[in-house]
Design a binder for this molecule. Structure first.
Ligand code: ADP
Ligand code: MG
Length: 728
């Protein structure tokens, strides 16, 4: 008998909400308590140091060693005043999540131990990071990698440790993390965007990239979680028959938040606010036990640091409430997976939102300029953008009928769509009409209404215009948003730069600015028409249509990564100063390797569960049935005995049949793994895992799920879907 399952069910059932320690102050007072923000800087740094640091942050400049020493001293004092004992460079290696290596502030001196923190330790460190993925850039014997302070993201205290956001690069200067290329991409969109924005306003000095992510997640009671080795080891259930009730009644979405969950959310929000993460919205999501947290959007680099930090603290806070948080994109088959919509926009340092329609024709021309360039960039690099959100885990979510399709297209909505159409069809005279007039014949004067009437939302689109921003919906819940933000910002930067060259050439030839812009806009609208799709992204017709339009329709994950190595991608990343070709190759090695490793782990866990957990139980149940049949037959005469045991015998046979399939498939899967492991090339190996290992896993699961419906419930060893999803 399986006691563990019933024990953990009981444990989970009995739990009550854990009371949350609510600070006596209001959020206004404790917001940012553990962040070394400008207010703290002003308090803890000498005025000259403060000015020098703020100047360097605002103008993206370096700071001198003296300033660094002075900042370090102030920062240390602030950290110690807030109970910190250690400091750590905090970086984002090419794994999931973040990395920290803690050092105590203490130093030995003649008079004993003193707490010190020198500027050089703040600015740069050399973690022995040889075992972080690097795609062959750094050999293990050349283990040096540097972490260097990112002054644009404030330091914070996590637990008792002062965390300093840093980039992580190799000895030879290649990036080994997500932050370095993200900062490069942000700089490149700043430069390219500013050049365009200055057509409209000479005073613009910077264009800022903004990100507002929406983090979806599942919560599972920790007792139930601990009884599911697949959840513990892989973050998702590798088996489990659909529960009779799941999300059909649509009763979870925006429903009342269960009390234990509400306590968790409150606790999490307080932690977020203390760390300066502007958590704002929380609600139930579509699937049972699925929830979402969204902050107020921020500058992209900061927003991404905050998302990574959130994922860390979520796990910790969940434990306080006897939950485990699942950030996997598809923890449960048959119900919605989790994404992390990336709401993305550009704005000027003068306060103009570049994807928001304005009040004057000039504002609207600027709006259309930026929007059309985004569409052109997404069109040209649609395969790359798909690659930027792809992973072994997000693969379960894409292309299924409940999440963005595996084809990147843009939804504009009716109004923007009509404006684009009328711009495309407008003739030269109308264009000339534009100058000096208040309204114009192009429909551009109607743009402000987009804000008002932004109701037609198409959830099937992976990339949607939503009134004042674009929403990149294909990003996975466990992803580092940087990956998508690097590709998107860099691609748009390249496009804007190219656009400017063309507009300038027209002006050179004597055309007016408006005319030059409108002509180039028209060209782009025509060129990138095929990326625009407002229909049902889940339909089969769309798949055919998209292929006809020449959009990237690849669904094989390791092959999707090839998009990074297309000549157009290499050129684009190079021109935007984001990645060198060497970096791109190295990073793809890491992507393929990670893909292989994730599948490899899942395959091992599944093999173990199938052979050592499921088969033995199915065998035991079957032998009960056999006993039962034999006993019945001894009790009755031959005819009657045959009759009343015929169904049980059929069941016995079916169980044998299913077990035989499972055993054979496990053997096949092990063999496929062995074959794949012999392959040297990471790409080929990943493809072998995709083509030969994954299909075996699907079959094994299928048959285990069938057995789950046959075997005595009392015996079944693993908590079932109905228990994982409905007990809270
Ligand atoms: P929905 O689920 O309807 O898309 P949410 O309120 O859950 O909307 O999330 C919207 C997200 O978009 C929030 O994180 C919000 O801060 C962000 N957002 C709003 N306006 C912008 C903008 N101009 N640029 C970037 N992000 C934005
Ligand atoms: Mg949302």
């Amino acid at each position: 008998m399986s006691h563990l399952r019933f024990k953990v069910i009981e444990e989970a059932f009995d739990r009550k909400a854990i009371p949350v320690e609510i600070p006596v102050e209001r959020p206004e007072e404790y917001y940012g308590k553990y962040v070394f923000n400008r207010k703290k800087m002003l308090e803890y740094l000498p005025r000259e140091t403060y000015d020098a640091l703020v100047q360097a942050i605002d103008n993206k400049e370096h700071i001198s060693r003296e300033v660094a020493d002075s900042v370090a001293a102030g920062m240390k004092q602030w950290a110690i005043d807030n109970g910190a004992r250690h400091y750590s460079h905090w970086f984002h290696p090419l794994t999931d999540g973040t990395a920290e290596k803690h050092d105590a502030f203490i130093e030995l001196q003649e008079e004993g131990v003193v707490e010190k923190f020198a500027g050089k330790l703040l600015v740069q460190q050399e973690p022995d990071a040889s075992s972080f993925p690097n795609g062959g850039i750094r050999n293990t014997f050349e283990a040096r990698g540097y972490s260097a302070w990112d002054i644009s993201s404030p330091a914070f205290i996590l637990g008792k440790t002062l965390c300093i956001p840093t980039i992580f690069i190799s000895y030879t200067g290649e990036s080994l993390d997500y932050k370095t290329p993200l900062l490069r991409a942000i700089n490149s969109i700043d430069k390219a965007g500013t050049a365009i924005a200055r057509y409209f306003d000479e005073n613009v000095k910077h264009v800022i990239s903004y990100l507002g992510w929406e983090q979806e997640y599942f919560l599972v009671d920790e007792a139930l979680y601990s009884a599911r080795p697949d959840l513990v080891m892989t973050g998702r259930t590798l088996m489990g028959h659909e529960s009779a009730k799941n999300q059909q009644l649509e009763d979870h979405y925006f429903g009342a938040i269960p009390s234990r969950v509400e306590a968790f959310m409150l606790d999490l929000e307080i932690e977020c606010h203390k760390l300066g993460i502007p958590a704002k919205t929380r609600h139930n999501e579509v699937a049972p036990n699925q929830f979402e947290l969204a902050p107020i959007y921020e500058e992209t680099n900061l927003a991404n640091d905050h998302n990574l930090l959130l994922m860390t603290i979520m796990a910790e806070v969940a434990r306080r409430h006897n939950f485990r948080v699942l950030l996997h994109e598809k923890p449960f088959a048959g119900i919605n997976g989790s994404g992390k919509h990336n709401n993305w926009s550009l704005g000027t340092d003068t306060g103009v939102q570049l994807f928001a329609p304005g009040k004057t024709p000039k504002d609207n021309l600027q709006f259309i300029t930026f929007v059309v360039n985004v569409m052109a960039a997404v069109h040209r690099h649609n395969g790359l953008l798909k690659a930027s959100i792809m992973s072994a885990t997000n693969a379960h979510r894409l292309g299924a009928n409940e999440a963005p399709p595996a084809i990147i297209s843009i939804f504009t909505g009716k109004q923007l769509g009509e404006i684009l159409d009328s711009l495309e069809k407008s003739n030269k005279d109308e264009l000339i009409d534009f100058a000096g007039k208040e309204g114009l014949n192009l429909g551009v004067s109607q743009i402000p209404e987009i804000m008002v009437d932004n109701t037609d939302r198409n959830r099937t689109s992976p990339f949607a215009f939503t009134g004042n921003r674009f929403e990149f919906r294909a990003v996975g819940s466990s992803a580092n948003c940087a990956s998508a933000m690097i590709a998107l910002n860099a691609a748009v930067a390249e496009q804007l730069t190219e656009f400017k060259t063309k507009v300038d050439a027209r002006i050179e030839r004597g055309e007016s600015l408006q005319h030059a812009l409108l002509e180039e806009i028209k060209t782009l609208i025509v060129q990138s028409k095929s990326i625009h799709f407002d229909g049902n992204g889940y339909s089969d017709e769309w798949k055919e249509e998209a292929a006809r339009r020449g959009l990237d329709c690849e669904t094989n994950v390791p092959k999707i990564f090839d998009a990074y190595l297309k000549q157009s991608s290499i050129d684009m990343f190079k021109s935007a100063g984001v990645f060198s070709e060497i970096e791109l190759h190295a990073r793809n090695e890491v992507k393929w390797e990670m893909y292989t490793k994730k599948i490899q782990i899942e395959a091992r866990v599944l093999g173990d569960l199938a052979l050592n957990h499921i088969i033995p139980i199915a065998t035991r149940y079957q032998s009960h049935l056999v006993d039962h049949v034999i006993k019945l037959k001894t009790l009755f005469d031959k005819n009657k005995g045959e009759n009343i045991t015929s169904q049980d015998i059929a069941t016995i046979e079916t169980i044998s049949e299913y077990m035989a399939v499972i055993k054979a498939e496990v053997a096949k899967m092990v063999e496929a793994r062995k074959m794949a492991n012999r392959i040297e090339c990471e790409r080929e190996k990943a493809i072998a895992y995709h083509d030969n290992v994954v299909p075996c896993m699907d079959t094994i699961r299928d048959y285990i799920d069938k057995l789950e419906l046959m075997v005595d419930n009392e015996m079944w060893p693993l908590p079932k879907y109905r228990e994982l999803l409905f007990i809270r």
